[in-house]
Design a protein around this ligand. Sequence first.
Ligand code: NAD
Length: 372
Amino acid sequence: MSKAQSSTPTSPKEGPGEPRTFGVTGSAGFLGSTLVDRLLAQGHRVVGLDDLSYGSRENFAQHADNPSFAFHKADVTDKAATIEILRGCEVLVHLAAHKIPRYGSALRTLEVNVEGTRNVLEAAQVRKQLGLPVHVTMASTSDVYGKSPALPFREDGDLVLGPSDVPRWAYATSKLFEEHLAFAYQQEYGITTALMRFFGAYGPRHHLSWWGGPQSVFISAILDGAQITVHGDGLQTRTFTFVEDTVRGIQACCDWAGQGCEIFNIGAPLGEITIVDFARLVHRLVREECPDLDISAEPPIVFVPYASFSERPYEDVRRRVPDPTKAREVLGFEAQVGVEEGLRRTIRWHRAAWAAAKAAEGRPALPPSEGA
Ligand SMILES: NC(=O)c1ccc[n+]([C@@H]2O[C@H](COP(=O)([O-])OP(=O)(O)OC[C@H]3O[C@@H](n4cnc5c(N)ncnc54)[C@H](O)[C@@H]3O)[C@@H](O)[C@H]2O)c1
């Protein structure tokens, strides 16, 4: 537990620009903790909120003695707690969310993402009523574009979601509801909000499971000497954005000087790649980054039909590519890190985290041929 568990941080370090107080929900997660590092390094104050359901204290342990940082373990669906924790923050960054578990129920996804968003907007409204400045930045997702054929995806384009009896759409629907809520709060109460549609962020601190994205699952499988499982025909495409770029995009949205409510694609437009080619790329880079491991020369890819991992219908999105024009012109944001460079840095971090996780489980960290 951070020693500043229930206090408001004080004494910012010197940094660029005027130090501000940021309230970050989901601060113990992948993007949240990386953002916290960046904000503190720049001399801002940060109040973090996370229920630690998927985030980790390890992600912010380095700030335990930093008086500019306070952490609160809390559930963002708890309205009173959320308002109280965020009361002293002029910039609210809402990243806490539940992604739909592939094998699980959609209910928690809908609850957390809808109620949590409402509570963060209520916290903003409380500040507004007190005449205090407040700027909201919220995480949406590129998944809201769904099956839209209008590529690359523009923020003002149509959104094409699948039917409601396909549970995977609950996540996109919850984020779309969040977007509508933000527009409604802007209309009713004049709350300024930047909505971020992220495109496949990856990098150090991603979750070591499918929750962390395909690269995480692929790297673990390769290190384990296991098969690389690709869903469907593997010809669905994605673009991947290195975490440093995504977090620069979040900060650009926090610094956005406009009024009203606006949506921004935060992603790397170049490098659209099929998932099967992405699996091959990850395999090659893991081999190159880990020459001491006995990794097969050929990527052991197996194709698994969607129907085999869920009795319920599953619909994948075939292509997902952002149009970066608005983020570039309005925010001055452009992704800079190429996928090979980003993946190499990710693999080096992942290997260390994977070994630590194995050690904690009492299992050897190397594939059997290299293990104990
Ligand atoms: N990483 C990506 O590629 C990506 C893509 C699209 C959208 N997003 C969105 O960006 C945001 C951050 O994603 P991330 O990749 O860092 O995910 P993450 O799971 O690492 O971080 C989310 C954090 O929210 C916390 N959380 C979950 N439920 C909570 C609750 N009820 N109360 C308080 N905290 C709670 C978790 O413990 C976790 O630390 C999310 O809103 C996600 O939907 C991410």
